[in-house]
Design a protein around this ligand. Structure first.
Ligand code: IVH
Length: 666
């Protein structure tokens, strides 16, 4: 294709795809099929690769993410990002209204808006193009998260409007949709990752990722509520926001003018009920004086404007029937009571269960069977029972007494002094504890064995594993007998078990799941004692002499190593060749790449992270972009042509994955 032709086609595709995108994400109208959309995107991506000189800031290809950043740049806000005064009380709102009336008389109007519960963002547009997106930070300066923000489809990359200010900032809130949040958390739990506590944390965690490609997969949205700049079209907030909606921004239709504080209260009452129907969280409403000149007249305090206030909702609460209490036994043997509830709608989700944490909580609530309980959803995913509706209790109900036998194995529960939880002490024969110990052992930060919860359960149920040492005696035949397992998956699992034999001592120690021995404690113990033999024969005194090892940990270690079945497991693990001695890093990984710097780009057989880890282990340095200081470009499949060109221009040695492996001969 000729240059001119390519340029025109790129421009046309950008224009067309941006229009489809706007119609789809803002107006919920789809003009083309997904297939057509994807093919046009692919065409554009290819053209931009061939003719990078015509790639544009507003191209929809920007929405899928590009290079991985090392950190975000700090950017000073042109206008400081103020916060809002807030209150939970209606009296305070009356007072707010009185103050305003005293200053302005009666001739003014309020704008009522939802208070979106996400994270604030400032979007800067120059000549209609989104050039920078900055987080709130400390209000004076924030992080440049432009690449991440571009992945949010409802944010226009370019405004196709003639009469817009040449240079303006629009502020709003990035939120995660509730439906998306639920799916994301389900996915995370499946992958063994910790779920996000609430949609706000999920939105903020997502926006702070350095890889925009990953952000693109997160269900984020952005509502705009504040326009700043020199030549704004109107002299008032409401009219400007309506105008911004015409330019293509997502401005909530819930925004409404109110003539007086009574109308504000009507708005509050309406949304206090209706907010449960929204697909995003709000935590209150915001009231603003509409006219800019009146805003200026009212002025600011040190932290927030006097012309606006936030009214926050109390946590959403509903009453429902307590059906039963279930007791769950965790990996450590801790028993957690969980309430099963008559399903009820609460703040966007259906609630069926609530955690009761421990016996003390049940007691302090004076919970009875068949009670009607008040359930609240605060910041956490799991709702809380905050009280009992005593009026609905009759004499048929009995107080709930905590169980005294383990529901899984029947052993009498114990409650240690000073601890809130009940424990099942049958550590080695109580099924959830056995499975839990194995699940912990194989975790990514532990032995990193590629085996899921379901497979562990299946192996346990067939009697093929009943402790972590049994994993090392599994063979292909055992595994082939499992449902859904084929040669390849069996091979992969066996390989990953084999590979775990190289996991360093401190991680092996952490993997054993000794009570109170977390990652940091394990590392300290490994560094101090150096070998399992020194550690397992250490006395209480020797243990508490170690930095940060207190009596509680020391006791737990002594108990652990005194136990016959633990001794057997450790002896077996030693015999299988696991690392039970600390290896000083320079012994195992000679500095073969000392002083050499690498840029890693493209796809490889190993993951990019693994390759980078190898480079740094052997003394090399990883750089993020090519410069004259780079020694090697490690080129993988599907690497961007611009990097290759740059490397060639700077005469940087280009090597393959295989060549790297040869350099460190492993
Ligand atoms: S206006 C000077 N409007 O609440 C006024 N803020 O505590 C600037 N927020 O940092 C803010 N919804 O993150 C405004 N409709 C809304 C809002 C809103 C949520 C957040 C925003 C701000 C915080 C103030």
């Amino acid at each position: 294709m000729k240059q001119q032709e390519a340029k025109e086609r790129i421009e046309k595709l950008i224009e067309e795809l941006n229009r489809y995108n706007y119609n789809y994400y803002q107006l919920s109208k789809s003009e083309v099929s997904d297939f057509e959309f994807d093919s046009l995107m692919l065409e554009l991506q290819n053209l931009e690769k061939q003719f990078p000189e015509y790639a544009k800031a507003d191209s929809p290809t920007q929405r899928v993410g590009g290079e991985i950043l090392k950190s975000f740049k700090t950017i000073k806000h042109r206008y400081p990002m103020l916060s809002l005064g807030n209150t939970y009380s209606r009296e305070d709102l009356f007072e707010f209204d009185q103050r305003i009336r005293k200053q302005l008389g009666d001739n003014f109007e309020y704008v009522c808006e939802l208070k979106f519960d996400g994270l604030a963002i400032g979007l800067n547009y120059v000549n209609g193009v989104l050039i920078q997106a900055v987080t709130r930070g400390d209000g004076m300066q924030g992080d440049d998260v432009t690449a991440n923000v571009k992945t949010i489809h409802s944010i226009p990359l370019k405004l196709d409007f003639k009469e817009i200010p040449a240079d303006f900032e629009i502020r709003g809130e990035i939120v995660m949709t509730l439906s998306g949040f639920q799916k994301l958390n389900e996915q995370r739990v499946k992958e063994g990752k910790a779920p996000f506590a609430n949609p706000r944390n999920a939105a903020s965690g997502s926006l702070k990722m350095l890889d925009a490609k990953k952000v693109a997969g997160r269900p984020l949205d952005c509502y705009l509520y504040y326009l700043l700049g020199d030549n704004l079209p109107f002299d008032s907030h409401f009219e400007n926001m309506e105008e911004a909606r015409r330019w293509g921004f997502k401005v909530s239709k819930s925004m409404k003018k109110a003539k007086n504080i009574e109308a504000v209260f009507d708005y509050i009452d309406y949304w206090d009920k209706e907010r449960n129907e929204l697909d995003f969280d709000i935590d209150g409403i915001v009231i603003k004086v509409n006219s800019y000149s009146q805003q200026i007249n009212l002025g600011l305090t040190a932290k927030s404007p006097r012309w606006a206030i936030a009214y926050k909702f109390k946590a959403a609460q509903v009453t429902t029937k307590l059906l039963s209490i279930e007791y769950q036994v965790g990996r450590t043997g801790a028993v957690t009571p969980v309430a099963n509830l008559e399903p009820i709608h609460l703040a966007g989700t259906t609630v069926k269960r609530a955690s009761l944490h421990n016996a003390d909580i049940i007691k302090s609530l004076d919970l009875h069977y068949n009670d009607y309980v008040k359930v609240e959803k605060g910041g956490e995913i799991i709702p809380k029972i905050v009280g009992v509706d005593l009026e609905r209790r009759d004499n048929s109900q009995n107080p709930i007494s905590f169980i005294d036998k383990c529901p899984e194995c029947g052993t009498s529960l114990v409650r240690r002094e000073g601890e809130a939880a009940h424990y099942c002490p049958n550590e080695y024969h109580c099924p959830p504890q056995i499975k839990g110990k194995i699940e912990h052992f194989v975790g990514r930060k532990m032995m990193d064995i590629n085996i899921g919860e379901a497979t562990i359960s299946a192996l346990f149920e067939r009697g093929l594993i009943s402790n972590v040492a049994d994993l090392y005696e599994l063979n292909a035949e055992d595994l082939m007998s499992l449902e859904g397992f084929q040669r390849k998956s069996v091979d992969n699992l066996l390989k990953s078990i084999e590979a775990s034999k190289n996991v360093p001592f401190e991680k092996v120690l952490f993997s054993l799941g000794i009570r109170f021995v977390g990652e940091t404690v394990a590392r300290k113990l490994a560094v101090h004692f150096e070998t399992i033999d020194k550690l397992r024969t250490a006395t209480f005194m020797e243990l508490v002499m170690v930095d940060d090892i207190g009596e509680r940990i020391a006791e737990s270690l002594i108990d652990y190593f005194n136990d016959k079945s633990n001794q057997k497991i450790i002896d077996r693990l030693i015999s299988y060749g696991l690392q039970f001695e600390i290896v000083k890093s320079n012994e195992r990984f000679p500095n073969l790449l000392q002083g050499k710097s690498f840029v890693v780009s493209g796809k490889f057989v190993k993951s990019r992270d693994e390759i980078k880890k190898l480079i740094s282990r052997y003394g090399g340095k990883n750089l993020s972009s090519i410069s004259s200081k780079t020694d090697y470009l490690l080129a993988g499949d599907a690497m961007g042509p611009s990097k290759l060109k740059k490397a060639e221009a700077l005469k940087i040695k280009i090597i393959s994955e295989e060549e790297l492996i040869n350099m460190i001969n492993i």
